[in-house]
Design a protein around this ligand. Structure first.
Ligand code: ADP
Ligand code: MG
Length: 633
């Protein structure tokens, strides 16, 4: 009964409940036996009962460690300290140290388990099933079994299990589990939908465009699950530290037990006081147990990554939180990153053909490209495209596309492309992105398109300055006039225009050379044409990555929605997490050193030692969990 309600109430697992029972039993036995007026061997035998009840597994692990020649760990420290105390006749102390150590361990495993569960709850996007209509009835199927192109039914309140396109129905989607964005979005027939969103009100039928394993949810879950395997510098430091620290402490304790008595006896001619010094050295061992550090640091990072994903910021590893926290230079791509990448046609000039005809050639030639310009031209043309009319497509990054449409060689792109083909072109007098057109090598006019900056872009730059970013730089393949206009509107410090993807790498490398080693440079892009820079920067941030596999793969940090404000947010989250890590390191080491000194000069006894150890651990773990909670913007 008691245990059942324990399980429901605070969610302990079986193993933890067993430890809790042992703790209660041992504590009761210690209290009872301490009150009994027994002496000598009987007292020893009585106290061995709670000692073994509470410590048998620790002793067992310590012995196994010795057999496997991996002697120096916490189990060994505790075993030696408590066995030593019992040999000295301090039975209560020996058992109590074991008891408190177990209480600390229980608390820690409970807290870790709980926060891990919290994080998976936060990331509660894994769909359990997909509904398929069979003979007019809905059947629940494993999402893994659904093939590409199948039609699935998503009822109100259900998660969309697989990426696809709505073929029937209208609804509102809640994307907050993916993006941290709580404003619902409307979706209707023909719209692409992403797995992990929650269908709020209408029944929709979705034709899948990907397999479950390739869908957004699977990618995200994979990413978050693997994040903890990329270790940060502080985590590596701690595991190295523990490796040298524990043996060092053991030898220190040995020296403390042996040297002073020998010196007293041989050099000073005094009573060696073996008992006093051995007791002090055992206290020293208890104090030096490094558990608080070893557990709280990975936990802080884990909580930081969990808190960030709750806000729609996916961080691929703890090392990236560290890099992100030190960001001083932020370099942006323009199209799709600071601007919406949805161009509107604002003019067609010097055209030799009808405007609609020119647009038709442009849209067809672009029909295989995934560049925002291509999508916008297709939209402006507005008529269903027959891709069979297009062949020999070649896309030149940062310049444009070449293709044969109805047998006519079409070139659509910027002035670089025209120069490459040796086609004389007319410059445009208005500010905007220009798509020059050449048909069969002859200039056919240009289409002027313009893009809108994202609603929060200006605020995002200001926010970056506020969090201490020293320099913001924008890199674009677009014309200088457009680049400068956007940079000026947004308050970006430096802009470089008319760049090919390779030039962007060169500029980022130059900036990397200018900054000091402690500062880091972040590159923010949308994953189209900028994968090389994303991986070259200290940290690559991809934004608006919902559904874009390329960006999820190339970047270190993925911002799930299009909002550039999230960049400053990500930096803040990282800083908070790193601050917590350092607080824990300094606090734990500080208390340890203090206790070690007190123990060595004989002020601290074993009681104080174990309480300090458990206390530090509890505080460090609670502090670590703070990293999970991030203020909404
Ligand atoms: P940004 O650096 O602003 O993200 P890109 O490197 O993707 O831009 O492209 C740079 C320039 O190359 C564009 O501004 C455009 O002039 C030209 N361009 C690239 N791809 C295409 C395309 N598919 N169609 C037409 N022009 C293109
Ligand atoms: Mg781009």
């Amino acid at each position: 009964m008691f245990l059942d309600s324990l399980e429901r109430g605070i969610g302990m697992n079986k193993k933890q409940k067993k430890v809790l029972l042992r703790i209660i039993l041992a504590a009761a036995l210690i209290i009872v036996f301490s009150l009994l007026p027994v002496e000598g061997v009987l007292r020893f035998i009585l106290f061995m009962i709670p000692y073994l009840v509470i410590g048998y597994d620790i002793l067992n692990k310590a012995i196994k460690g010795i057999i496997n020649r991996q002697v120096f760990d916490e189990n060994f420290l505790m075993a030696v300290a408590t066995v030593g105390a019992i040999i000295l006749g301090d039975y209560t102390e020996g058992v109590a140290v074991m008891l408190f150590y177990q209480i600390g361990e229980l608390f820690q495993s409970y807290a870790v388990g709980k926060s891990r569960r919290n994080i998976s709850d936060l990331m509660d996007i894994r769909p359990d099933y997909a509904n398929v209509e069979v003979d007019g009835k809905l059947e629940k199927k494993d999402p893994d079994e659904i093939e590409i192109g199948a039609v699935i039914v998503v009822q109100p309140g259900e998660k969309i299990p697989i990426d696809g396109v709505i073929v029937e129905g209208t609804t509102t989607l809640n994307t907050s589990a993916l993006t941290g964005e709580s404003v619902p979005v409307d979706a209707r027939c023909g719209d692409e939908v992403i797995s992990g969103c929650i269908n709020m009100n209408g029944l929709i039928k979705v034709q899948t465009t990907k397999e479950f394993g390739e869908s957004t949810v699977s990618k995200i879950l994979e990413l978050v699950e693997n994040a903890s395997s990329r270790k940060s510098r502080s985590e590596n430091f701690i595991s190295k530290f523990a490796k040298y620290y524990t043996p060092a402490v053991c030898y220190g304790a040995l020296a403390l037990a042996l040297l002073p008595p020998v010196v007293r006896m041989l050099l000073m001619g005094l009573d060696p006081q073996w008992g006093v010094w051995i007791y002090r050295s055992l206290t020293f061992l208890v104090i030096s147990c490094p558990c608080a550090l070893v557990i709280s640091i990975p936990l802080s990072f884990f909580a930081g990554i969990g808190g960030a994903s709750n806000q729609g910021v996916l961080v691929k590893g703890s090392n990236y939180l560290e890099t992100l926290a030190a960001t001083k230079y932020v370099v942006f791509d323009k199209t799709g990153t600071m601007t919406q990448g949805v161009f509107e046609v604002s003019g067609i000039h010097h055209n030799k053909l009808e405007e609609q005809k020119l647009l038709e050639y442009a849209a067809l030639a672009e029909s295989f490209s995934s560049h925002p310009i291509s999508k916008s031209l297709q939209k402006a043309y507005g008529v269903e495209l027959d891709q069979n009319r297009v062949c020999d497509v070649e896309e030149i990054s940062g310049e444009g596309v070449l293709a044969a449409v109805d047998g006519i060689r079409v070139a659509a792109g910027n002035s670089k492309l025209m120069k490459r083909l040796g086609v004389p072109y007319h410059d445009c007098h208005s500010v905007g992105t220009v798509v020059h057109m050449a048909l069969d090598g002859k200039y056919a006019g240009h289409i002027l398109i313009s893009d809108i900056v994202k609603p929060h872009a200006r605020e995002a730059i200001a926010e970056l300055k506020k969090v201490g970013v020293r320099k913001t730089v924008m890199l674009t393949g677009d014309a200088a006039r457009v680049g400068e206009q956007v940079a000026k509107d947004l308050g970006i410090d430096e802009v470089h225009s008319e760049l090919l993807p390779g030039d962007k790498v060169t500029i980022v490398e130059k900036l990397l050379g200018e900054k000091s080693a402690k500062e880091t440079l972040a590159f923010v892009g949308d994953g189209i044409n900028d994968a090389p820079v994303l991986s070259r920067a200290d940290i690559g941030i991809a934004m608006g990555a919902l559904g874009s596999d390329a960006a999820i793969e190339a970047a270190d940090v993925v911002l799930m929605d299009d909002d550039p404000l999230k960049i400053a947010k990500a930096i803040k989250i990282a800083r908070k997490c790193i601050r917590i890590v350092y607080e824990n390191i300094y606090f734990a080491i500080g208390v340890k050193i203090l206790c070690l000194i007190l123990g060595a000069i004989g002020i601290a006894n074993m009681w104080l030692a174990i309480l300090a150890d458990v206390g530090v651990m509890v505080i460090a773990v609670l502090n670590a969990i703070r990293a999970l909670f991030v203020k909404k913007l």
